[in-house]
Design a protein around this ligand. Structure first.
Ligand code: SF4
Length: 330
């Protein structure tokens, strides 16, 4: 059973990372001279602050830009334009150390390494701890995630799926990250162990003051874990706000369609289930005005005007709804 004792997000929790108008475009194809034939517009103006100690859920269909956002936060790709700033203050020096827990612990752990080496991989890469201390650090972190220290010399195949995900979580923790990206952390696990892993993540967050970015297709997981939720569509955040507000009273037409597609017990979202009249458009040729225009049941003639959307975004305090009709939609 998923624990119900989750910590409330402090109202004064400070931003630790600020993204402003971030765009990421990738070249696609090439002509006979090797020049790119076009651009894939993966992220198209992301404005987002990540707050210390929160869990920020990110939801949307496959291809909406969630994975590119994760890669950007990990420092694996650079923004094409816009800014991504870590916020430093005297109390908490930020180091832009972002770690990730992947969906499939089977493929994310090197089968040739004993788990103490896997757990301390980030420390080896960052050269942030003496080699002689690595095993001791691995033992401490393994204990925190419920892996017995006498198992440290074992290899990944000697563990169950749930234990392997605990090892992946230990690896993410070992370098004391500022943010951990949880990329569908339970979707490859048996139902019986999903709740254990979610409870472990929540306990670790409370005890270590961790900040999570939770990427998930599973709305029930987001509902249990996230303090705020960002809904992404075609590389933009179309709605952002407190989880209860966004999931109980969605204001953007896309969020509504997305939630209507989720069966009551919260099965994973599937592109084919989203009750929009057309498929998610490709990201090579972006629409003018609202990106959701061709699929939106409420589209009007004003929806092709970018300036209307700019005025609507951020119009309701802390929340963002990228729709100029949001005041009448709600
Ligand atoms: Fe729909 Fe127009 Fe709102 Fe876009 S701006 S979500 S097309 S109503």
């Amino acid at each position: 059973m998923i624990s119900s004792t989750r910590k409330p997000l402090p109202t004064d929790s400070a931003s630790i990372l600020d993204l402003k108008e971030v765009r990421v475009h990738f070249p696609v194809g090439s002509d006979w001279m090797g020049r790119p034939k076009g651009l894939a517009h993966a992220l198209n103006g992301i404005d987002l602050d990540v707050r210390g100690g929160e869990t920020l859920g990110v939801v949307g269909e496959s291809g909406c830009g969630k994975s590119t956002l994760a890669q950007l936060l990990m420092g694996l790709i650079k923004p094409t334009s816009g800014s991504l700033n870590w916020i430093y203050n005297d109390a908490h020096e930020r180091s832009s150390n972002v770690q990730i827990v992947f969906q499939d612990p089977q493929s994310s752990l090197d089968p040739r390494l004993p788990i103490w080496k896997i757990i301390t991989e980030p420390l080896f890469v960052q050269r942030s701890a003496p080699r002689g201390e690595m095993r001791e650090i691995a033992a401490k972190v393994a204990e925190q995630v419920g892996i017995r220290t006498e198992y440290l010399e074992r290899f990944p195949h000697q563990f169950s799926g749930g234990q392997r995900q605990r090892i992946a979580i230990a690896r993410a923790l070992s370098s004391n990250p500022d943010i951990i990206v949880l990329d569908e952390p339970t979707s490859a696990l048996d139902i019986s162990v999903q709740a254990q892993i979610l409870n472990l993540l929540q306990e670790l967050q409370r005890s270590r003051d961790l900040t999570y970015i939770l990427i998930s297709h599973n709305v029930s997981v987001v509902r249990h874990m996230a303090d705020r939720v960002a809904v992404m569509y075609l590389g933009q955040i179309v709605e952002l706000g407190r989880t209860a507000e966004v999931l109980e009273r969605p204001r953007h037409p896309y969020t509504r369609l997305l939630l209507e597609a989720v069966p009551r017990l919260g099965a994973p979202l599937d592109n084919a289930q989203v009750a929009a009249p057309t498929e998610l458009p490709g990201n090579r040729q972006l629409p003018t005005g609202c990106f959701f225009r061709d699929r939106c049941p409420l589209a009007t003639t004003g929806c092709d005007k970018p300036q209307l959307l700019a005025a609507a975004a951020g119009a309701i305090g802390d929340n963002l709804v990228r729709c100029h009709l949001e005041s009448v939609v709600g």
